[in-house]
Design a protein around this ligand. Sequence first.
Ligand SMILES: Nc1ncnc2c1ncn2[C@@H]1O[C@H](COP(=O)(O)OP(=O)(O)OP(=O)(O)O)[C@@H](O)[C@H]1O
Ligand SMILES: [Mg+2]
Length: 319
Amino acid sequence: MRVAFVGKGGSGKTTLSALFARHLSRSGAPVVAIDGDINQHLAHALGLDEDESFPAPPLSAHLGEVKDFLRGTNPRIASREAMIKTTPPGRGSRLLRLLGDDEIHARHLHEVGGVPLMVTGAFDESDLGVACYHSKLGAVELYLNHLVDGSGEYVVVDMTAGADAFASGLFTRFDKTFLVVEPTRKSVSVHRQYREHAAEFGVPVAVVGNKVADEDDLLFLKEHVGDDLVAHCVRSDFVRAQEQGRAEGELEPHNAHALRLLRDAVDARTKDWDAFQKHAVEFHLRNAAAWADRATGHDLATQVDPDFRHGPVALAPGH
Ligand SMILES: Nc1ncnc2c1ncn2[C@@H]1O[C@H](COP(=O)(O)OP(=O)(O)OP(=O)(O)O)[C@@H](O)[C@H]1O
Ligand SMILES: [Mg+2]
């Protein structure tokens, strides 16, 4: 199950991604956390020393190798150059299992605070303002497009702030998207924006309230986001202590309960692999027409394999 945390800058995406990923991994569930934000903070939120940098290479630093690995022997993808972030898998493509024994997990995964983590790599100027905006996130999109995950295993992605999260098809690759909302007018206005975007693509949005201080805060949230609210976290001394470099205490019972509610919300989703692949193809064709055919010099619609069925069936021998 793929889970994304999105929301206004500073709302608590990284904090909740870290808490949720750790909650899952402590329960014994297989988890991969991915830092997909412009500024890479998830490793530190999981407990990496502030003066240390994440030891495994970012996915974006090996995008070419990632593409070569994933395209495998798929005859429809002629080269790594012809493979773009939305190129969907087809027969011959290599599919990934969560935490599988493959070169991508081997090269990019490193455990922090008990949670296996991969990072996309910090964005720079060259990633902004071009047609393939957020190209660094392309590696995450490819990873998710080629992943066959099941219930009871989780990918948790800390996404970029604000509406940027909708700049690519990436946001349709999740089973559950949690919008982190603080009890402020700015934060709830982001909720309205998201809702509209997400509805266009049939992506359900679930709200997690954060930094809730009292009953008035909770009422404010309920008034503005209504039934979208699945859980809320209160202001946490535990989080604050961690941020000050003091690893002390336990997460407050209220916040621990909120994490269990989030997990229940994820577990309640059922996967629809045919719909997942259909959306991947739609986004790919849209990208191809908008910029990628021109940029690559290929007719990228020919990469779509109409007979490919994604999901566990695609892992069966001889598929
Ligand atoms: N429930 C909480 N209790 C106390 N402090 C919190 C809580 N949630 C977040 N914070 C603090 O608020 C600040 C912003 O949180 P965080 O970095 O997780 O937000 P973000 O949405 O990831 O921000 P950005 O948009 O910059 O990536 C941090 O200092 C974090 O420790
Ligand atoms: Mg963050």
